[in-house]
Design a protein around this ligand. Structure first.
Ligand SMILES: Nc1ncnc2c1ncn2[C@@H]1O[C@H](COP(=O)(O)OP(=O)(O)OP(=O)(O)O)[C@@H](O)[C@H]1O
Length: 642
């Protein structure tokens, strides 16, 4: 908060400016045609429920915070005369400073990123906001003024706060006396939103979006009253009785068979802030030495920060229905960080901290149970013969496949299960749809390895000279162009007993697939070309580790390969691009003795050195690299062209 923007309009209240991003967001909220205005109630009820969760949590170690009101609830009321809707909770409340900080700035970096993506184009931005949800600020979809009154639990009555804003550039804050703990948010409705001054409408919105909230949501009971004037219609009038209008039991504690598909989906949307329905979910009560309830969802879409350094896992931890923490990273391995859900443990102590979680044996058991459950959900989807499931798996894989691969390095005990879930493109299939098992089933007689190639793009992989011999012999090769592939495959030497072999590493050994004549011809070529190889080695001594003759090429003059056990040049390049340390690896240059250029080279005396460098640099270009000295390369080629 930029306090230099404070002004003092009256003795009592101070005016503050919204952080620039908030002002931008508010402008959009109030000026865009909001596609789904009723979500304001969902957002505010959800904040009220979060505030009660926070009080419960702080109250574990400080029971005095509950004062004389231990029963937490959210009340929703409306006033047709004043044209207002008020949402009141008796949760943790806000201190004056918290009101200034939390209701004037956007604290969450995710939300800030989101705002920075707004284009200024009203239509597309409105759609984006619709997908995202704007929390507290969504009140301004229906209100042209919002009054927040609050007192933080633990503070005296005199330390209440009133926050008022018309949703434009600034807001006013003053100290008030407030007996009730918690927060009341009053929306002064815009003329075009007066339809929400209707008990039936408000109830139906709450039932639609907030039924699973674990606290009671109360509204004043209304009864029908006939008109006293004959001939005039009757109307609903409020009574003094408050009634609970939601089921008020946390969704995951209910019996599976009592929960509808819509309720599961709605709960997911609240939990994840994702507007798209999840692909699949699993809800179980786990019994045994560690008891807990798990409700895990596979989202349909990756969040924008999936690969950012400080991305968190999506699991909320509850202990006996008391909310303990968001983003409980100990409950799910990093490679499954995209899973959203709730774990409710019956065994953990209520005052468990993040540090304690890391050491807990119960947590370890829950984490293993969660991992097993997610992998088996994925296994079920991936092996289903139902076309809708297959489509879901393809969608899942396109969004999260790269993250799943991290599991090969991260989760040794489940490596085989993860490997089964992987899908790749291949020389015979353009889509990432080939599993290792599919590949194995199509292997040629005599083939004893799963061949793959890694490259920076799929096109580079597909057109790599290293595939020429494989294409000629009709051997399928898996194409890997995902950044993580090279690293992940380091951890997988075999699949179901068949070794994995990179076609870009080591000498070609097609084993039984190569006949004796071919092997003999190769040996003879190596002998014949010995003098040429020596000359090339001398010319390229700074660039190539070794120069040798190969049988893997058909149409290309040369290619680069890594020595067995060396890091591949793509991986080294990638690490360097990311600013990390990578060893300087010299590749092996392999030449095709059948190629005209190589034959020409053999007899060449004048341009030998230039030709040698050109051949090397072209091999580098072919695999997606760049010559070390591009200008020198161009010069050499130009000299030959004239
Ligand atoms: N009823 C409330 N009681 C106490 N604090 C509240 C209440 N409503 C909002 N706040 C505070 O205001 C902050 C901003 O609310 P807002 O809904 O914009 O974001 P959020 O809840 O943090 O994020 P999101 O809604 O995206 O989960 C909250 O983090 C919370 O600190």
């Amino acid at each position: 908060m930029d306090t230099s923007n404070e002004t003092t309009p009256s003795n009592k209240s101070k005016s503050y400016s919204f952080q620039a991003e908030v002002a931008q967001l508010l402008h959009l909220v109030t000026h865009s045609l909001y596609s789904n205005p009723e979500i304001f109630l969902r957002e505010l009820v959800s904040n009220a429920s979060d505030a009660c969760d926070k009080l419960r949590f702080e109250g574990i170690n400080n029971a005095a915070l509950f004062e004389d009101a231990p029963n937490l609830s959210v009340r929703v009321s409306f006033d047709t005369e004043a044209k207002t809707i008020t949402i009141t909770d008796n949760g943790i409340g806000l201190s004056q400073q918290e009101a200034i900080d939390n209701l004037g700035t956007i604290a969450k970096s995710g939300t800030r990123d989101f705002v920075s993506k707004l284009s200024g184009d009203q239509k597309s931005d409105a759609q984006l906001i619709g997908q995202f949800g704007v929390g507290f600020y969504s009140g301004f979809i229906v209100a042209d003024k919002i009054t927040v009154e609050s007192r933080r639990a633990g503070l005296s009555h005199a330390e209440g706060v009133r926050w008022i804003s018309g949703g434009t550039g600034d807001f006013d804050v003053e100290t008030i006396d407030r007996a009730a703990r918690g927060t009341s948010i009053t929306l002064h409705l815009r003329e075009d939103a007066l339809e929400y001054l209707n008990g039936w409408k408000l109830k139906s919105i709450i039932n639609k979006y907030s039924d699973h909230i674990s606290l009671p949501i109360l509204m004043q009971k209304e009864v029908w009253q006939e008109s006293e004037v004959e001939g005039e219609p009757g109307h609903m009038v409020k009574t003094d009785e408050w009634e609970t209008i939601n089921s008020a039991s946390a969704l995951w504690t209910r019996n599976k068979k009592d929960i509808t598909e819509e309720q599961y989906i709605e709960f997911y949307k609240q939990l994840s802030r994702d507007q798209e329905a999840p692909l699949s979910w699993s809800h179980n009560r786990v019994e045994g030495s560690t008891e807990y309830t798990q409700l895990l969802y596979i989202p349909a879409k990756a969040p924008h920060d999936l690969f950012s350094r400080d991305v968190k896992t999506g699991i909320k931890l509850y202990v006996k229905r008391v909310f303990i923490m968001d983003e409980a990273e100990s409950l799910m391995p990093m490679y499954l960080r995209f899973i959203k859900g709730v774990i409710d443990s019956a065994d953990l102590p209520l005052n468990v901290s993040r540090e304690l979680l890391q050491e807990s044996r119960d947590v370890k058991a829950i984490r293993e149970g969660n991992t097993r459950r997610v992998l088996s959900m994925l296994e079920t989807l991936s092996s289903s013969t139902d076309s809708a499931d297959q489509e879901k798996y393809a969608k899942f894989y396109a969004e999260f496949g790269s993250v799943l691969k991290e599991g090969l390095g991260e989760d040794f005990s489940n490596k085989d299960k993860i490997a089964k879930l992987l899908r790749f493109a291949s020389t015979t299939h353009d889509e990432a749809s080939v599993s290792f098992a599919d590949y194995k089933a199509r292997m040629k007689e005599g083939q004893d390895a799963i061949y793959y190639i890694t490259a920076e793009t799929l096109a580079a992989a597909k057109n790599s000279p290293q595939l020429e011999l494989f294409k000629k012999k009709g051997i399928e090769v898996l194409l890997m162009a995902d950044r993580v592939d090279e690293w992940a495959l380091n951890f997988l030497n075999e699949f179901d007993g068949t070794p994995l072999q990179s076609v870009a590493k080591g000498a070609v050994d097609l084993g039984k697939l190569q006949d004796e004549d071919e092997k003999k011809a190769a040996e003879e070529a190596a002998e014949t070309f010995k003098p040429l190889l020596e000359r090339l080695s001398t010319s390229l001594k700074d660039k190539a580790k070794e120069v040798r003759v190969t049988t893997r090429l058909v149409d290309s003059p040369a290619c680069l390969v890594g020595a067995d056990g060396d890091m591949s040049s793509q991986l080294a390049r990638m690490l360097k691009q990311m600013g990390q340390q990578a060893p300087d690896i010299k590749p092996i240059l392999e030449i095709n003795p059948e190629h005209a250029l190589v034959k020409k080279l053999e007899g060449s005396t004048t341009h030998f050195d230039d030709l040698a460098h050109i051949i090397f640099d072209q091999a580098l270009l072919a695999e997606g690299g760049l010559p070390e000295d591009p200008a020198a390369y161009v010069k050499r080629v130009s000299a030959l062209l004239v």
